[in-house]
Design a protein around this ligand. Structure first.
Ligand code: SF4
Ligand code: SF4
Length: 89
């Protein structure tokens, strides 16, 4: 497996591996398998950043607040349910 990344290529989705405990809740939360566990390091890796739907489930579920996510409205694939319902993030 590739070296674990602390963020996506465009930096919109990032995992702080320093504070991450490897609990894997973010992996369970992600509905589109963007995040997976690296069995070598027992830490999560962002495997398919372009598939991220910006649903915030991983960020919300992380008990150590190790995931940060930011909007990129120029990328239509990053449309969020928060946008759909006019919610503030
Ligand atoms: S924001 Fe949603 S789709 Fe994107 S990585 Fe997190 S859980 Fe997966
Ligand atoms: S939910 Fe947070 S602490 Fe748990 S594996 Fe994911 S990033 Fe690490």
């Amino acid at each position: 497996m590739n070296e674990p990344r602390s963020g996506s290529t465009d930096g919109k989705l990032a995992i702080n591996l320093e504070t991450c405990t490897g609990c894997s809740l973010c992996v369970l939360a992600c509905p589109v398998d963007v995040i997976r566990m690296d069995p070598t390091t027992a830490k999560p890796v962002i495997t398919y950043p372009r598939d991220c739907q910006v649903c915030y489930l991983c960020e919300d579920d992380c008990p150590t607040h190790s995931i940060s996510l930011s909007h990129d409205i120029s990328n239509s694939r990053r449309y969020s349910t928060y946008d759909e319902f006019g919610l503030k993030v």
